[in-house]
Design a protein around this ligand. Structure first.
Ligand SMILES: Nc1ncnc2c1ncn2[C@@H]1O[C@H](COP(=O)(O)OP(=O)(O)OP(=O)(O)O)[C@@H](O)[C@H]1O
Length: 314
């Protein structure tokens, strides 16, 4: 039997006239990663704030770790960890001091506290910088420290609000590795993200949030099936070259005005090479070449009929 770590039903919230959550239902299985995917302003942070008891909903019910967030707030708080977009790291303390502070807050006294701090510094590869002020840390290090601080309390459920926004690709991959380890340890993770790739990489289930409503929910595979695949975009110097390319590349679509040809592709080296080889074989010259993988915009266009940046008034 699988149990639910988070169950939300009919969540609504408005700030004045502005409806931010318009009736959200969620069911997050224990031990899984659930991604809430949406553009800026979709309501991701507000959802996390409500689920973590930081903000109250206007209506709807939520149970987290089996407890009602309104009548059992303390028990909910004891079961969860929250890592936000604006880290709770104290810049004027060292990494080690920040962790020690959390250990003190969780009443892990003496050697027990020191042991936890040491273990977390090691696990997050922060030992070398343990004594340095957090203000000197890079964005990636700060996120790691923030997450490490969350883990001091041994939460069963972790909320990660945009854990990799603003990080370079390498730090992003490190963070993904950490998330996978946490799940392997049996934790439940609800993360919010603006990146389809991140949700795809990490999540068992993805819910797409658009203007306070869930417009789709499913496994990454189910969701991607609804989205047009990747393609290679080729731009030519003239209509003649464009026409020649269109004749030799099966399944391509022509944009005559832009002198552009779109060729369906998974973006992999093999399929890219096959396209270039074919053009070479027929001596067709290409002006510009880009590989396009589906992103949040493609998801939104496919699911909602509008782009992720297009704001419509409710
Ligand atoms: N305290 C508040 N008062 C008024 N409006 C708010 C408040 N908090 C959020 N909003 C509005 O609610 C909407 C949703 O915000 P929210 O932060 O939940 O979105 P988000 O999906 O997390 O976006 P982001 O990626 O930018 O954090 C936005 O239009 C925002 O301006």
């Amino acid at each position: 039997m699988t149990s639910s770590a988070i169950v939300a039903s009919g969540l609504k919230k408005a700030y004045g006239d502005k409806v931010v959550l318009a009736g959200i239902d969620l069911d997050v299985r224990a031990g899984s990663v659930f991604a809430l995917l949406g553009p800026n302003g979709a309501g991701k942070t507000t959802t996390v704030n409500v689920l973590t008891t930081l903000a109250s909903a206007d209506s709807g019910t939520v149970r987290v770790a089996g407890y009602d967030i309104v009548s059992d707030t303390k028990k909910v708080r004891a079961a969860i960890g929250v890592t936000g977009q604006f880290a709770s790291v104290d810049e004027l303390l060292s990494g080690e001091e920040n962790l020690q502070l959390m250990a003190d807050l969780h009443r892990l006294r003496g050697s027990a506290g020191k042991r936890v701090v040491r273990q977390l510094l090691k696990r997050f590869d922060l030992e070398e910088s343990a004594g340095k002020l957090a203000s000197t840390y890079s964005g990636g290090m700060r996120r790691k420290l923030d997450l490490a601080m969350t883990l001091v309390g041994r939460p069963r459920i972790i909320f990660l609000d945009e854990p990799t926004t603003g990080l370079d690709p390498r730090s992003r991959r490190t963070m993904w590795g950490i998330v996978r380890e946490l799940v392997a340890d049996g934790m439940t993770i609800l993360l919010t993200t603006q990146y389809l790739e991140e949700a795809d990489q990490l999540a068992d289930r993805i819910a797409v949030l658009d203007q306070g409503l869930l417009v789709a929910e499913g496994s990454p595979e189910q969701l991607k099936r609804q989205i047009p695949g990747g393609h290679i975009r080729l731009r030519f110097a003239g209509a003649e070259q464009l026409g020649a390319a269109a004749r030799v590349l099966a399944g391509s679509t022509v944009d005559l005005d832009a002198l552009v040809l779109r060729v369906p592709s998974d973006g992999g080296v093999k399929s890219v090479r096959a396209v270039l080889d074919r053009l070479d074989e027929y001596a067709v010259d290409v002006e510009e070449f880009t590989v396009h993988m589906p992103d949040l915009d493609d998801v939104f266009l496919a699911l909602t009929g509008h782009s992720s940046t297009e704001v419509t008034s409710r």
